[in-house]
Design a protein. Structure first.
Length: 69
């Protein structure tokens, strides 16, 4: 498996497609990005800031959930 980096500038829709494991994490943080029409335009960084979440911590949480056990 190739190592992939989550770029804070990527759109939320790209994040959800590339890391589907992010969906329950976003829902847990009460982020409305899943299914939102703005997900194609809003970056991960912008969405995290909007919801008062530290971007780097959110990225680490998604990466942790994405690691095979």
């Amino acid at each position: 498996m190739e190592f992939q980096v989550i770029d804070p500038k990527m759109s939320m829709s790209d994040l959800i497609v590339r890391w589907p494991q992010s969906i329950p994490i976003l829902i847990h943080h009460h982020m409305d990005c899943v299914g939102c029409h703005m997900a194609a335009f809003d970056s991960l960084e912008y969405a995290a800031e909007t919801y008062g979440i530290v971007t780097d911590e959110l990225i680490q949480e998604i990466l942790k959930a994405s690691k095979p056990e």
